[in-house]
Design a protein. Sequence first.
Length: 281
Amino acid sequence: MAADNHHTAALANLAGTLVLVGAGKMGGAMLQGWLRLGLDPARAIVFEPQPSADIAALAGRGARLNPAPSGTSAPAAMVIAVKPQSASDVIPNVASLAGPGTVVVSIMAGKTLTVLESLLPPGSAVVRSMPNTPAAIGRGITVAVANARVTAGQRDLANSLLAATGMVEWVEDEALLDPVTAVSGSGPAYVFLLTEALARAGEAAGLPAPLAAKLACETVAGSGELMRQSDIDPAVLRQNVTSPGGTTAAALEVLMSQDGLAALMERAVAAATRRSRELAG
């Protein structure tokens, strides 16, 4: 609760403005999170060529939507939430907004600090981060790394901005963002695939398809929530469900075989890590 109060205070008492570049699903979710934490809409400036109805409605609450960059003063923070492939087209149009006191926070996958620095004014304070899709419901986890220009105060502000959609972890080594991308960035897709596979297996065992799908979805979602709330190591939770010689043990004998789930997941994460490095250049 203390952390939530800290983030609320940081945004409610923000000195200056906050610029959001890109208000799609992720950017829009972050903006809604900031507003919930007390950000005054009048301090928000949003650049989004195709704003949703919710984003457009913020103009009526004082937010500035797509103003002329030339008439906008340097913000306290600028968050870049556009698709990575749009970065080279979009960032130069707003780069002039970043002043000496602005911290620029990127949530674009694959765009390194070096790339971001090349698109921004020399000497810019830049934070690169990797969120994941559960951020859309405030349950994401984001890993961030700052360049040498980011002050302690700017890092604190960036942390509060990122924490609006879930937990935040910081690393000092930017190279770690490749395996981070492979684990948490891409990880939701692995969980969704597990749910699909469990449903299909249930159907193959004789369950009606709708029931198999519901059982799989609720089991995965409920198990995740149990794991989150219990604060017990996943291995212990697994062991607690497993009776010697029982049905769970029979299934785990297959899943935990030498070429089972652990080996498959290790290969999958390694492949995603390699691809992340390739995309980053």
